[in-house]
Write a protein that binds this ligand. Structure first.
Ligand code: CAA
Length: 261
C-alpha cells in the first residue's frame, strides 16, 4: 500500500499499528475535503491490511485540528451543502472503521477537530489540549456530530455551555468530564499513544473488534438489547482458538500467543 498523501503523514510500526499525523500546518490542520478524503482512503486501506491492528490519529503540538476549513466552506450555498451531503461521507468513513483508532490530541481540537477526535474510539490528551465547539461564532452549529457526541460524553450542562458560548475546555476539565481517557505531558503524548496502540495490537483481533462493537452498541441500543448483544458476542468468542489460548496462558502463568488473523 502506498502511503503517499499530501495532507497526512503515515508511520507504520512493526508492533502492528500506524500513526497518522494530520499535516496542514499552515491552516492548523483545518479539515478540508482533500484531508478528509485522504483520511478515509487510508482507513479503508488499513481495514484490509492485517499488519495494521490499531491506528493513532494525531496533529501537531499546536493543533490537533482547528476545525473544518472555514475558507473552503465560506462560499457554499445551501444547495451545495445539501447536494454534496457535506461531511456525511467523511463522518461515515471514520465511523465505519472497525479497528481501534485513538486520538492523540495536543493543542486545539475545535469544531470539526473536536468532532474528529470524538469520532475516534477514545482520546488521549496532552496537558496543552483545548477542546471546543465554537461554530456559533461563525453563525453556524456543529456538523460532524459534535452536538450529539459531546453531549453524550460530558452531559447537557457542559455541552450547552460549550456550544452556546464557544468556551474551550482544557485538558484537566476534559478528563474530569469524561471527554478524554487520560492526560499526559505534551512531550510524552506520542509515546503514550504508541504504547497504548501497541498493547491493543498485541491482543486477539477478534476480541478487539468485539470489545469495540460492544462499547459502541451502548450508544445505539436500550440496556436490555445491549446486554443481549453482549451476551451473544461473549458466547461467540468461545468459538475461536484465541479464547482457549488466552485462558490456557493465564492458567499456565505465561503470555498468550494469539493466532487469529
Ligand atoms: N479553517 C481554515 N483556516 C484556519 C482555521 C480553520 N478552521 N483555523 C485556523 N486557520 C488558519 C488561519 O486562517 C491562519 O491562516 P493565515 O495565516 O493564512 O491567516 C492559520 O490557520 C493560523 O491561524 P491563526 O493565525 O488564527 O492562529 P492563532 O494562534 O492566532 O489562533 C485559533 C488559533 C484560536 C485556533 C484560531 O485559528 C481559530 O479560531 N480558528 C478557527 C476555529 C474555528 O472556528 N473552528 C470551527 C470551524 S467550523 C466547523 O468545524 C464546522 C463543523 O463542525 C463541521
Amino acid at each position: 500500500m502506498a502511503d503517499t498523501y499530501s495532507t497526512l503523514l503515515i508511520e507504520r510500526h512493526t508492533d502492528g499499528y500506524a500513526v497518522v499525523t494530520l499535516n496542514r500546518p499552515e491552516a492548523l490542520n483545518a479539515l478540508n475535503s482533500q484531508l478528509l478524503g485522504e483520511l478515509g482512503d487510508f482507513l479503508e486501506a488499513a481495514e484490509r491490511d492485517d499488519s495494521i491492528r490499531a491506528v493513532v490519529l494525531t496533529g501537531s503540538a499546536k493543533a490537533f485540528a482547528a476545525g473544518a476549513d472555514i475558507k473552503e466552506m465560506s462560499d457554499k450555498s445551501y444547495a451545495d451543502m445539501y447536494l454534496e451531503n457535506f461531511f456525511a461521507r467523511a463522518h461515515d468513513r471514520v465511523a465505519a472503521f472497525r479497528k481501534p483508532i485513538i486520538a492523540a490530541v495536543s493543542g486545539y481540537a475545535l469544531g470539526g477537530g473536536c468532532e474528529l477526535a470524538m469520532l475516534c474510539d477514545f482520546i488521549i490528551a496532552s496537558d496543552t489540549a483545548k477542546f471546543g465547539q465554537p461554530e456559533i461564532n461563525l453563525g453556524v452549529a456543529p456538523g460532524i456530530g459534535g452536538s450529539q457526541r459531546l453531549t453524550r460524553a460530558v452531559g447537557k450542562a457542559k455541552a450547552m455551555d460549550m456550544c452556546l458560548t464557544a468556551r474551550m475546555m482544557d485538558a484537566a476539565e476534559a478528563e474530569r468530564s469524561g471527554l478524554v481517557s487520560r492526560v499526559v505531558a505534551v512531550d510524552a503524548l506520542l509515546d503514550e499513544a504508541r504504547k497504548v496502540a501497541a498493547k491493543i495490537a498485541a491482543q486477539s483481533p477478534l476480541a478487539v473488534i468485539a470489545n469495540k462493537e460492544l462499547v459502541n452498541a451502548a450508544f445505539d441500543t436500550t440496556l436490555s438489547q445491549g446486554l443481549q448483544f453482549e451476551r451473544r458476542l461473549f458466547h461467540s468468542l468461545f468459538a475461536f482458538d484465541d479464547q482457549k489460548e488466552g485462558m490456557a496462558a493465564f492458567v499456565e502463568k505465561r503470555k498468550p500467543v494469539f493466532t487469529s488473523r
